[in-house]
Design a protein. Structure first.
Length: 240
């Protein structure tokens, strides 16, 4: 499912239910020894997905432990991202020689809980959502949940490059609809971005899709695309 929004060179594995025995390493098992079963299951299955994706790059199984912010610490020479929500677990990985950062997120295609949208969005983002809805776009997917998912993907792409927090209101996201349930998004950073190959990154571009009751978003920052925006694909659509 997620492969439709990933660029060439990014490997993935996903699951739509949990493994009874995902094969945790002792170091990982210790992290969730006192957790409830739901947490243990999602923690284990998403790591099984990550190891499956890493295997396609020839990387032997090893513990995948979280860093300070909960981000997975990948083997040397690898970048990646994990996500899990009800009904979905997924992981993506790539060689750091080709990509400097990846960020993915999965969410149920449902309306955000009351009062959450005002916390995670900017007035300009809500205005864009309202305008697109009036024009007939964004009505086949819960646009508020899509925005939340994109913000999560932005943070996951941002954090490995900066090791700094990024508030929901420090990036402004706009969406383009290729179809009623897929398209691209553009995230403009409202704080100074990291420098890549001597140029400051002032935003991210990504792809999104909605299917099977889920919303998926993905960002891939290429080592050769150090400009603020990724190169344009056919028809002017952003290509991640």
């Amino acid at each position: 499912m997620i492969e439709h929004i990933l660029p060439a060179g990014v490997r993935f594995a996903e699951a739509f239910d949990d493994d009874l025995d995902p094969g945790l390493f002792p170091e990982e098992e210790a992290l969730v020894a006192r957790a409830v079963q739901k947490r243990r299951s999602e923690f284990g299955t998403v790591r099984r997905c990550a190891r499956a994706a890493l295997a396609t790059l020839g990387i032997s199984p090893a513990p995948l432990l979280p860093g300070r912010r909960g981000e997975p610490r990948w083997p040397a020479g690898i970048v990646g991202s994990m996500t899990h929500c009800v009904g979905y677990r997924g992981a993506v990985v790539a060689r750091s020689a080709a990509f400097v950062s990846l960020g993915i997120d999965a969410e149920p295609d449902e309306q955000l809980p009351p009062d959450v949208l005002s916390v995670v969005s900017l007035p300009e983002e809500r205005d864009r959502m309202d305008r697109q809805a009036r024009e007939g776009e964004g009505t086949a997917v819960h646009a508020d949940r899509l925005l939340f998912s994109a913000k999560e993907a932005v943070f996951k792409a941002w954090y490995p490059l900066t090791r700094k927090e990024l508030d929901f209101t420090e990036a402004s996201i706009s969406f383009a609809y290729a179809t009623a349930r897929s398209g691209t998004f553009d995230a403009r950073l409202l704080v100074p971005g990291p420098e890549l190959e001597g140029r400051r990154l002032d935003g991210f571009t990504g792809r999104w899709a909605a299917d099977q009751g889920l919303v998926l978003t993905a960002i891939a920052v290429s080592t050769v695309a150090s400009a603020p925006r990724v190169p344009q694909g056919p028809g002017g659509r952003a290509a991640v």
